[in-house]
Ligand binder design. Structure first.
Ligand code: 13P
Ligand code: SF4
Length: 355
């Protein structure tokens, strides 16, 4: 029987299968080759665990060259992926822009499904792989293309601004996409004084506070950020009176009102690196502060985060298997590619004009 690693293979089994194809021993050569990576993550990964990660990192980096592949990783990926194997890291907008520039034949998306779909839309001649296709998103699964068509009928002529955290089918019935880093700008730039902004009710309400336009929204939310409350922020202030608290705009408006800064994952990283607060709490996915801590000295990162179960479906084991077997490949139905792509390209174009 041919053994394979799929979405439900337990980690120890996956390692046993990988061991049949790769030498996963922690040799002196691998220790030396991965030492620069370990230097960056030593605060987050105990020395005793490094022998498990290092051979996988070594093999992934070797296979990337052999397969002419590039790894695009979101800021919420684990430190071993973010610092160990990623070629490009960023927020959703940065990853979309970078996907348009990839010259390698293969893109491995370390992130969630809609991000891989966006890469495929923007660079359709490339093979785009996601190591676990179950890596979804509660926002993307909250709305269908039929829902958007029904909304359009309800509000004829009102432009539809769609968060990139949606399927390609939803993007295809959209006027323009947005991300958390350009939402206010995009809403201000579309025609008219009313905008349909879907599917994140909280991003929409947080945007509404920063624009004069009327925003009609949808009842979607991010399962990771919707659980933060204003009381959580008060408790954090009480526990860490000298710390700055920053949050992602997918959090409820009462949370955003209570924090010192709100922005996309990239904007939060930039804020920490430029402001250098002595202590900071990043109210978002937990890997964010782990990743930025490794790149920032003089800032004490305190915990106030949740884990995104979808982002955490991606691990070194399935990244290696993905490259080895060239799976799971992302495909987008031909008939929806042009319209979905146009909505993302319009966003990129409008974001460029802003700079
Ligand atoms: P960013 O675009 O800010 O990286 O957000 C993506 C995301 O999924 C946040 O939950
Ligand atoms: Fe989706 Fe929230 Fe996870 Fe981001 S953090 S991928 S919005 S579920």
């Amino acid at each position: 029987m041919v053994q394979t690693i799929n979405a439900i293979t337990p980690l120890d089994e996956a390692r046993a299968i990988l061991g049949q194809h790769f030498d996963l021993k922690f040799s002196k050569a691998i220790e030396r080759a991965t030492a620069p990576v370990y230097d960056r993550v030593r605060d987050k990964i105990p020395e005793i665990e490094w022998p498990f990660y290092a051979p996988l990192i070594f093999e992934i980096n070797r296979l990337k060259k052999e397969k002419d592949a590039v790894i695009l990783a979101h800021n919420y990926q684990t430190p071993q992926i973010y610092h160990g194997v990623a070629d490009i890291v960023g927020d959703s907008l940065q990853l979309a822009v970078e996907a348009t520039k990839v010259t390698q034949q293969v893109i491995v998306q370390c992130g969630v499904h809609f991000m891989a779909e966006t890469s495929k839309l923007l660079n359709p001649s490339k093979t785009v792989l996601i190591p676990d296709s179950r890596a979804g998103c509660s926002l993307a699964s909250s709305i269908t293309a039929e829902d958007v068509i029904a909304m359009r009928k309800m509000y004829p002529g009102v432009p539809v601004v769609t968060y990139v955290n949606t399927s390609a089918a939803v993007k295809a019935v959209t006027d323009v996409c947005c991300t958390s880093s350009n939402a206010v700008d995009i809403v201000n730039r579309v025609e008219g004084d009313t905008v349909i902004m879907i599917p994140d009710q909280y991003l929409a309400r947080n945007t509404a506070k920063l624009t004069h336009k009327k925003i009609i929204t949808w009842a979607g939310s991010c399962e990771v950020h919707e659980t933060f409350t204003a009381d959580d922020i008060s408790e954090l202030r009480h526990a860490y009176p000298t710390a700055k608290i920053i949050a992602h705009p997918e959090c409820p408006p009462e949370v955003i009102d209570a924090v010192d800064f709100a922005g996309s994952t990239a904007a939060m990283i930039d804020w920490v690196k430029s402001t250098k607060p002595p202590r900071v709490v990043m109210v978002t996915e937990c890997s964010m502060s782990d990743n930025v801590a490794s790149e920032t000295t003089g800032v004490d990162f305190l915990r106030g985060c949740n884990i995104c179960p979808h982002m955490k479906r991606i691990n070194l084991e399935n990244v290696l298997w993905s490259l080895h077997t060239m799976s799971e490949e992302i495909t987008v139905p031909e008939e929806i590619i042009p319209a979905a792509r146009l909505a993302v390209e319009r966003m990129i174009e409008m974001s460029r004009k802003r700079d």
